[in-house]
Structure formats: structure tokens, C-alpha cells
Ligand binder design. Structure first.
Ligand SMILES: Nc1ncnc2c1ncn2[C@@H]1O[C@H](COP(=O)(O)OP(=O)(O)OP(=O)(O)O)[C@@H](O)[C@H]1O
Ligand SMILES: [Mg+2]
Length: 1019
């Protein structure tokens, strides 16, 4: 309720109870007008919903709206028919309290639409299970059928309900619709026979003629021509109403409601029969009515399933049963027409009742276990026309009764509430219309009683006699005004055939013309009888034979109506009521037009100001403590943001903080009651102002929540990212470690196997070892050729080392060699030759090594000579003093040995050198011992022997040197023999000499006792 209070200047208040000046109709209407302009068609008076017909489709009944109102307190959401329905429905479901929704308003104000919305809402918020859906379908589909037969186009409404309707929806224990029941009131059957200009007969006639297929029309003997039917001919034709579509809808609905084919056929036969009946014309012969086209009666009888003759008679005769006998008199033309019309009306009226009965049997609850009921009453509101007749009296009486119910229920509930809340009862001043209801319906003393008396009285009672009776008996009553009783001013506007009732909603003047006839509602006995014999099941069931037999006079129309009304009141009394008051904003059926005067009328006749007054007589506003506190707790620092005590205490604190005066409010047991709207507005305004602060607090904390949420999300995201990155890094590291471990393992393995054969693992080590060794080697290479030390090398480099050592040795040697002088080279060549010849062969070789070889070993005691001349130009290449042991007893002789390129000369040096032996080198062989001695045996071949008579045995001081020279000169090592046996044979003067070789302490050569030459060699 409070939601839009801040907009109240623009859109008015949602609840008229909150209007400060609640006594002013003008303010009330202005509030409605303001809201209407904003397309807010709904307004409350407390729990009464006022609905102003918008005359255009508003987008406020869709599924989203149903959702918006579902399970909401009605003060939480803007006023709406859904809200009223939801409140009622929840009360029914949750508290098991039966409900009724009373919809009233004048024709065209939107009652039927509102009742459909109620049904729509119920259908949408309940289950969609198959069986439930079926019941809902039937309830919804009952509308097009009832509307076809009970609605008509009037000047006020194109789809005006010409009957009152009360529909019960029955709910099972689950809160789902399980059945229904419809009560109908006062069908406007006069419409059957005539309509005022611009209006139409009931929709069904047009629908049948324009919608049915040709075949069907032929079956019913109808033509597709509205003008052919008298009952339709004085009404307006169609305009804007799609009857063809209507017919389809009705047929479809009938099928859904499970009307079988025969039932449907019979229904439409009756409908067609009525059309034909209208065309039955009468002529008059001598005051007796004659049927103009008897063949028409045949058709009608066929359609109604009755006997044609009987029908003809019944239409032109009347049988009256008196105490003594039965008299049949022919009817005049006028009476025959009356009878015909009466028959048409009665048949249609009963068809309609049958329809409702049949609908009810289809809607009848299958599961008879306990159920709850929600009733919807769609009934005409107060009617005041220029000419008001019997129908208006009935309708207005109905509204008086409803108002009475309203007052009783409202006041009762108000009173109960005060009692429950422990609030002192305050007398509410209101107009109790019981006095008017009594005026109309009181037994024996009421208007109805007198009317009936006059109707039932034997003799010539007329409308005027009835009026006189009323006048006589009711003039005392304040609410009854007759022409006689009226003041002069009123008498001028009132006819003599009129009386006036001062209803709670205003004064209405009724014209009594037709009252008796309508009240008697007579259908001649002959017609009733004929109908009761019909073979048409529907006709048969609505014109019961028992009715004929009964001697009792049927009840008058108004008494029937009164009884059904009282029955209705009974039904409603036990239920929790909700009210929807419908208002028509203009007479032109135009959207957006709000005729304040017209609305004013309705406000008066609907008794809305009275409603408001009753409602406001107590407290303008009441709300449970918890709800009040929840809404306004921000207005006191003691209750904001949470109050931990009881809600009532909290509200008391709030009220004190807001400075409420003592008379402004009352504290009940569970609710606070606020007397004046201004007090609530003041509170609401304070709340609206505070809302901004609250909004910023809420905003701030909401932003905080959002940011926190975002932060958390980001944190979570970053943790995830971190996790992934860490994982990635860890993986990289692990990979690296694994790689490193591999490298290390390979390294260590390589290191361990560095001395083994080359593998991929130790290759680096080997390379390194090689490189380092080469480096080391390069630094520690022997610089001297005689230095035979060679740096050690790793295992792998042994081959290389050997190769290098050899190479390096060769290199050093080459350098060494390059540096040698020719002399030194020659010397060394000799040394090398000597080595070849003697190393390990002759023991004195070792001692020869340190000494340089010379060319001249001639002892100093021998004078230096130039031997050139003796040698015939041969160049002496070696010369040495030697001792020659001759053939004669091995006597030693000093000699000099000369070696030239070709020859060996042995010279005797005395005064002058003298060649004693000249021997060609290439023919000689030389024998030495392996020992340390100086003996050289020069074997001379036989052919040279003549001259020199035996081999030369020489003691050569440098025997190694001398032999090396000789071999060097001859270049024939084969000349030398190192003879390691003893003795050594040699030739001497054609004989053989012997040389013994022994090892002794010192060297010597001499002839031993055996005549052998003994050579003593040292070790
Ligand atoms: N809530 C609404 N939204 C849109 N149009 C509406 C609404 N209520 C009523 N109308 C319009 O007004 C017309 C008359 O409404 P409705 O038939 O419900 O009136 P009524 O009060 O039942 O009249 P009657 O007493 O003649 O039966 C509807 O046909 C529809 O065009
Ligand atoms: Mg209606």
C-alpha cells in the first residue's frame, strides 16, 4: 500500500482510505481520475477493489503480472484484481476459509471481465496436471456458452450479461480446482421478444444464423437472413460482433464441457423454434385469434418435439380451471400474441436454466471429499434509468441486500478485529440499510408481500391497484414515497403511476406499468401442458408434468427472486468476502475518457462513499507490528538496523521517536492502528527521505559485496594462475634438475670411466684429458735431444703419446741435425756406424763412445809426415800407430797404418816411412774379438799372399775407431767379423797360426809358451 505513496500527487493514493478528506466525493473521484490518467485502473478502499473500465487492453494481465502478484501481501503490491484474488485464494488454501468475490457495477463497467481475470489468475497459479486442467477448461469454457445464451449487445455494453451469475469454484485439499457450480439470477427474458433500438437479442440467435453450416440451418429450417425473423427484426444487426466466430467458440466449448450431440442438437432446435415462434402471426376473426401460417407451427412442433395440433390450440385458446369445472376459451389476437411471446420467453428462460443445470452437472465435483469454495458473484449493480421498472426494482433490491451483507461483514470483521486486538470499540456511524431491505422484503409488511397479495388476489387486480395498495400500506415509511406523499416539487416530476424508494444509494422512481404481469410471469396452462408432453428431452425436463398437476400457484417472480437472493446471502454469509466495484468511466465505451459526472453517479449508487466512511470510521490504517517495524525501523536509531526486542516494543519506540500524538494511534495486540492518513503520510514521507540514506548504505554495502566478490574471484583466479605457473616452473625446474642429474650422472660416470674405452659419457673427459695432456706436454717437452725423458700421458693418449714422442724425437733430431757442422756430422755418422758394428758385439765399444773419432792416431813419437808421395796421390783417410806382430815369433813391430779410399797401407817408420804392406781394402776381411782388446786380424786373401806372407795381426790402439773408419771408407760392413771363439786361426807363411784369447785382469798381447799368440783381454 505504501509503495507508491511518494507519487500520490501524480497518481493519487492507492487506497482511498488514505485520503485526508474522506468525506468529499470530489476528492475521491479526483483520486480515481488521477490514477485513471496514469492507466492505474485499480484503487482500494481498504480491502475493496475499485476497478475503472479502461476500455482498452492494458498489458497488466500477462504471466509476468501473475508472477508479480503470486503469494504477495496485497499491501506489498499495487492494487490489482490479481492481488484481491491472490489474497482470497491464499486465505482459502492456507486457512481453509471459504471465499467469495463480489463484483458489482453498472452495465459495461467490467464486472464480467473482472470475473474472467479472477478465473484466469486461479487457473494460472494452480497445477497444470491433466485432471485439474480439465476442470479449469470446463470452468473457463462455461463462459462462452453462458455468454452466448445470456449476453446481448445493449446500448451500454456490446457484451452485456443479461443475467446475474454466481459461480462457485470448488478446490480440493491440494488447493486445485476440482469442480464448480453456477447459480443464475433473473435472466432478462423480455429481450427475447423485443429490444430497444440499437440493442440486440441474445447473441446465440445471431451466432446460429450466421455461424452454423447450411446443413445445420436446413435441419432447423432456418434461413441465413436476420431480417426473416421477427424477434430479431427490431433489434440492431451485428455491427462489430463476430458471430460466426462466436458460434464456433460455443460449439467448441460445448464439446469441452461434454455436451453430447443430441443435447447440442436439441439446444439449437429450441433456439431455432423460438426464432420461428416469433414469426407466428395471428389474424382475428370475430375476436378470435387465427394462426396466419399454420405450417410454421408444424416446424416449431417438430423442433420442440411437441404435437402441432396441441400447440396450435394452446396458442389460440386458454383453459381455466375453476373450482367447479374446466373452461376453455378462445383467445383474442392480442392475447394470442401475448401467449406466443410468453411461450417464447418461458421456453428460452427454462432452456437457459437447463443450460446452467447441465453445466453444473458437468462441473460437478467427482471427488466428494471435503473441499473449499471460492464464489464469484457477477451481478448487476444499482440501476437508475429515466424509466425504472420491475427489473430495476429486483436489481436494486439485490444491491440493497449486497450492501447489507457488506455492512454486516465489514463492520463485523472490523468489530472482531478490535475485539481481537483488545482495542476499545468505537461506535461507527454508518447508514444501516436494513430498514430499506425490510421495507421491501418484510413478511406481510413489505413491498413484495403487498405486491404478491395483489397479484394473487382473485379479481381484477392491475398495476394501479397494486400501487394504491403499496401507497396505502407503506406511506408511513421514510423510504417510500408515493405521488400522494411526495411534496409539490417532487409531484411535478413523478407520475401518478410511479412510486419512489429511497435506496441507500439514492432515490429511484419506479413505474408500475407491467409490474403485475411480470411478477405473475404467466404462461397459460395449455402451453405448459403442451410443452410437458414434448419429446425433446430438454423441454421435457424443464416443463415437468408434476408442475401441471400441482394445484399450488407458482411463486411470483419477485418472490422467487427474493428467495434465491436470500439463499445467495446465506451462501455468501459464511464466506470471507472480497469486493470488486466496477466503474464505467464514460458512456461512449471510449478509452481515456473519464466523465466525472458519470463516475460520480456510480460512486453514489455503488455506495462507495459509504464504504469509505465505514472503513474510515475506525482507523485509516492498521498493520501488524512486525511489518510496520520492518518498513519504518530506519526512522529510529534504536530500531535500526535491527531491533532485538518484541515487534510491539519496537513499534512503540518508533512511534515515540516519530512523535505520534495519543489520539493518532492505538496499539493492539498484534497490530498498530493509525487513525489519520496524515500520520501515515508523515511517517511515509520521513521514510522516503530516509530511503536515500538507506539506499546509499545499501549501495555501499552492495558495492562492497560486489567488490569483495570480485576480489575473491580475482584471488581465486590468481591462486589458480599461480598454481599453474608454479607447476610450470616446478616442471621446468624438475626437467632441469633431471637434466642436471643426468649430466652429473653422465659426468660422474664419464669421470669414473675416463680411463676406459671412449663412450659418449666420458668423451668430454677424454677430450679434456687429451687437451690438458697436450697442454702439459707442450710445456714439458724435452728440449734436449739427449733428454730421453717423455712426460707421462693418460691412458687414452698413449698411442698419440708414442706417436708424438717419436715425432718429437724426430723433430728434435732434425733440429739437432740441422745445427750440426759437417765435421760433427761426419763424426756422428761414424759413431752411428760404430754402434751398428760394435754395440753389444764388442765389449770395448762402450769405452769408445765418449771419445771423438779422429783421423790421425799416429803417436807423437812418430815424426809427422806427409805421406802423399808414398801413397801416390791417394789421400790418407785414417792413420794410426799400430803394433804388428809378425810371423816370426809374433814379434811386435811398431808400424803406422794408413787407410785410403782403396787401400790399406802399413808403414814402417824409421827415418823415412816405408810401405811394408799395401793391401786393397775391398779384398781384405777384418777379424776382431768381442772382448776388450786391441787385436785386429786382417785376413789377406791367397792371391795377395805372395807378397805378404800371411795375415796381419795388429794391435790397434783405437780399434773401434779404426774399424769404423775402414768400414765407412769401404762402405762394406761385411768386411768385419767379430769372432767370438777361441782360438782364432790365421795364416802365416803358408802355415796356420793360432791366436788364443783369454780374459784377464789387464790387456796384453804376447806369444805364449805354446807358440800361440795369446791375447789377454780385460773384462
Ligand atoms: N479490465 C479491462 N480491460 C480492458 N477492457 C475492459 C476491462 N473491463 C472491461 N472492459 C471492456 O468493457 C467491456 C464491458 O465489460 P463487461 O462485459 O465486463 O461489463 P459488465 O460489467 O459485465 O457489463 P454488464 O453488466 O452489461 O454485463 C468489455 O467487453 C471490454 O471491452
Ligand atoms: Mg457482464
Amino acid at each position: 500500500m505504501e509503495t507508491h505513496l511518494q507519487d500520490r500527487d501524480r497518481v493519487g493514493v492507492q487506497d482511498a482510505v488514505l485520503l485526508e478528506d474522506y468525506q468529499s466525493e470530489e476528492v475521491f473521484i479526483d483520486n480515481l481520475h488521477k490514477r485513471f490518467k496514469e492507466h492505474l485502473i485499480y484503487t482500494y478502499i481498504g480491502q475493496v477493489l475499485i476497478s475503472v473500465n479502461p476500455y482498452k487492453q492494458l498489458d497488466i494481465y500477462g504471466p509476468k503480472d501473475v508472477k508479480a502478484y503470486h503469494n504477495k501481501h496485497f499491501f506489498e503490491v499495487p492494487p490489482h484484481v490479481f492481488s484481491i484474488t491472490d489474497t482470497a485464494f491464499r486465505s482459502l488454501k492456507n486457512e481453509n476459509r471459504e471465499q467469495c468475490i463480489l463484483i458489482s457495477g453498472e452495465s459495461g463497467s467490467g464486472k464480467t471481465e473482472a470475473s474472467k481475470k479472477v478465473l484466469q489468475y486461479i487457473a494460472e497459479v494452480t497445477d497444470r496436471r491433466g485432471d485439474v486442467e480439465k476442470v479449469k477448461d470446463k470452468l473457463l469454457q462455461s463462459n462462452p456458452v453462458l455468454e452466448a445464451f445470456g449476453n446481448a449487445k445493449t446500448n451500454r455494453n456490446d457484451n452485456s450479461s443479461r443475467f446475474g451469475k454466481y459461480m462457485d469454484i470448488q478446490f480440493n485439499y491440494e488447493g486445485n480446482p476440482s469442480g464448480g457450480n453456477i447459480l443464475n439470477y433473473l435472466l432478462e427474458k423480455s429481450r427475447i421478444i423485443s429490444q430497444v433500438p440499437g440493442e440486440r437479442n441474445f447473441h446465440v440467435f445471431y451466432q446460429l444464423l450466421l455461424g452454423a453450416e447450411d446443413q445445420e440451418l436446413a435441419r432447423l429450417n432456418l434461413k441465413r437472413d436476420l431480417d426473416s425473423y421477427y424477434y430479431l427484426s427490431n433489434g440492431s444487426k451485428g455491427n462489430g460482433i463476430d458471430d460466426k466466430k462466436g458460434y464456433e467458440a460455443v460449439r467448441n466449448a460445448l464439446t469441452i464441457i461434454e455436451f453430447n450431440k443430441q443435447e447440442q442438437d436439441e439446444m439449437f432446435q429450441i433456439t431455432a423454434a423460438i426464432l420461428h415462434l416469433g414469426n407466428v402471426g395471428f389474424s382475428e376473426e370475430e375476436g378470435i385469434a387465427q394462426i396466419v401460417k399454420p405450417e410454421l407451427i408444424e416446424t416449431i412442433s417438430e423442433l420442440l418435439g411437441c404435437n402441432a395440433e396441441d400447440l396450435k390450440n394452446a396458442l389460440t385458446n386458454r383453459t381455466i380451471e375453476t373450482i367447479r369445472d374446466v373452461v376453455t376459451t378462445p383467445l383474442s389476437r392480442e392475447l394470442a400474441i401475448y401467449a406466443r411471446d410468453a411461450l417464447a420467453k418461458a421456453v428460452y428462460d427454462r432452456l437457459f436454466s437447463w443450460l446452467v443445470y447441465r453445466l453444473n452437472s458437468s462441473l460437478k465435483i467427482k471427488d466428494m471429499r471435503s473441499y473449499n469454495v471460492m464464489g464469484i458473484l457477477d451481478i448487476y449493480g444499482f440501476e437508475i434509468f429515466d424509466k425504472n421498472s420491475f427489473e430495476q426494482l429486483c436489481i436494486n433490491f439485490c444491491n440493497e441486500k449486497l450492501q447489507q451483507l457488506f455492512i454486516e461483514l465489514t463492520l463485523k470483521s472490523e468489530q472482531e478485529e478490535y475485539l481481537k486486538e483488545g482495542i476499545e470499540w468505537q461506535n461507527i456511524e454508518y447508514f444501516d440499510n436494513k430498514v430499506i431491505c425490510d421495507l421491501i422484503e418484510e413478511k406481510h409488511k413489505g413491498l413484495i408481500a403487498f405486491m404478491d397479495e395483489e397479484c394473487l388476489r382473485p379479481g381484477d387486480s392491475t398495476d394501479m391497484t397494486m400501487l394504491t395498495k403499496l401507497d396505502k400500506n407503506l406511506s408511513y415509511h421514510n423510504h417510500f414515497v408515493s405521488h400522494k406523499k411526495a411534496d409539490v416539487k417532487l409531484q411535478k416530476i413523478m407520475g401518478r403511476d410511479e412510486f419512489r424508494l429511497i435506496h441507500y444509494a439514492g432515490a429511484v422512481t419506479y413505474n408500475v406499468k407491467g409490474f403485475l404481469e411480470k411478477n405473475n410471469d404467466l404462461l397459460f396452462r395449455d402451453l405448459r401442458e403442451t410443452m410437458s408432453k414434448s419429446s425433446n428431452n430438454i423441454i421435457q425436463s424443464v416443463f415437468l408434468k408434476e408442475e401441471q398437476k400441482s394445484k399450488k400457484r407458482p411463486e411470483t417472480a419477485i418472490t422467487q427472486f427474493k428467495n434465491s437472493l436470500n439463499n445467495l446471502m446465506h451462501i455468501l454469509m459464511d464466506k470471507e468476502p472480497s469486493y470488486i466495484r466496477c466503474i464505467k468511466p464514460n458512456d461512449e465505451k471510449k478509452s481515456g475518457v473519464f466523465d466525472e459526472q458519470l463516475v460520480g453517479h456510480q460512486v453514489t449508487y455503488l455506495g462507495l462513499m459509504e464504504n469509505l466512511r465505514v472503513r474510515r470510521a475506525g482507523f485509516a490504517y492498521r498493520r501488524e507490528y512486525s511489518l510496520f517495524l520492518e518498513r519504518y525501523k530506519s526512522l529510529s536509531s534504536q530500531t535500526w538496523p535491527h531491533y532485538h526486542g518484541s515487534a510491539k516494543e519496537g513499534v512503540q519506540i518508533l512511534v515515540c521517536a516519530l512523535g505520534y500524538e495519543g489520539d493518532e494511534y492505538k496499539m493492539g495486540k498484534t497490530k498498530i492502528f493509525i487513525k489519520y492518513p496524515k500520520t501515515l503520510f508523515y511517517t511515509e514521507d520521513a521514510f522516503q527521505a530516509k530511503k536515500h540514506d538507506l539506499a546509499s548504505i545499501i549501495q555501499a554495502s552492495w558495492k562492497g559485496v560486489l567488490q569483495r566478490r570480485r576480489y575473491k574471484q580475482m584471488k581465486e583466479a590468481s591462486v589458480i594462475m599461480q598454481k599453474y605457473i608454479r607447476r610450470f616452473i616446478a616442471k621446468c625446474r624438475a626437467k632441469k634438475r633431471r637434466k642436471a642429474a643426468n649430466v652429473l650422472r653422465n659426468f660422474i660416470h664419464g669421470f669414473i670411466t675416463r680411463n676406459g674405452p671412449a663412450t659418449s659419457e666420458n668423451r668430454a673427459f677424454l677430450e679434456l684429458a687429451k687437451a690438458q695432456w697436450l697442454l702439459r706436454l707442450s710445456k714439458s717437452l724435452p728440449q734436449d735431444i739427449l733428454n730421453r725423458t717423455w712426460p707421462p700421458c693418460p691412458h687414452v693418449c698413449q698411442e698419440a703419446s708414442r706417436y708424438l714422442e717419436r715425432l718429437y724425437g724426430a723433430h728434435l733430431s732434425r733440429i739437432y741435425r740441422r745445427k750440426l757442422s759437417p765435421e760433427r756430422e761426419a763424426q756422428l755418422r761414424l759413431k752411428v756406424l760404430a754402434e751398428k758394428l760394435f754395440k753389444d758385439k764388442k765389449n770395448s765399444y762402450q769405452s769408445s763412445i765418449p771419445h771423438w773419432f779422429k783421423n790421425d792416431r799416429v803417436s807423437d813419437s812418430v815424426p809427422k809426415q806427409n805421406y802423399g808421395t808414398i801413397l801416390n796421390g791417394e789421400k790418407e783417410l785414417y792413420a794410426s800407430s799400430v803394433m804388428k806382430y809378425d810371423r816370426h815369433g809374433y814379434k811386435p813391430r811398431e808400424r803406422v797404418i794408413l787407410i785410403t779410399k782403396k787401400n790399406l797401407y802399413l808403414l814402417e817408420i824409421k827415418n823415412a816411412p816405408k810401405i811394408k804392406h799395401s793391401l786393397p781394402l775391398n779384398k781384405l776381411t777384418f777379424v776382431v774379438t768381442p772382448n776388450v782388446d786391441k787385436m785386429l786380424l786382417v785376413r789377406i786373401p791367397e792371391d795377395l799372399m805372395k807378397k805378404d806372407k800371411g795375415d796381419l795381426i795388429l794391435e790397434v790402439p783405437h780399434i773401434i775407431e779404426a774399424m769404423t773408419h775402414i768400414i765407412n771408407i769401404t762402405d762394406n760392413p761385411g768386411l768385419l767379423t767379430i769372432y767370438d771363439k777361441t782360438p782364432i786361426e790365421h795364416s802365416m807363411k803358408g802355415k796356420r797360426g793360432t791366436i788364443d784369447v783369454i780374459i784377464g785382469n789387464s790387456e796384453s798381447i804376447h806369444k805364449d809358451k805354446t807358440g800361440h799368440l795369446l791375447i789377454m783381454a780385460s773384462q
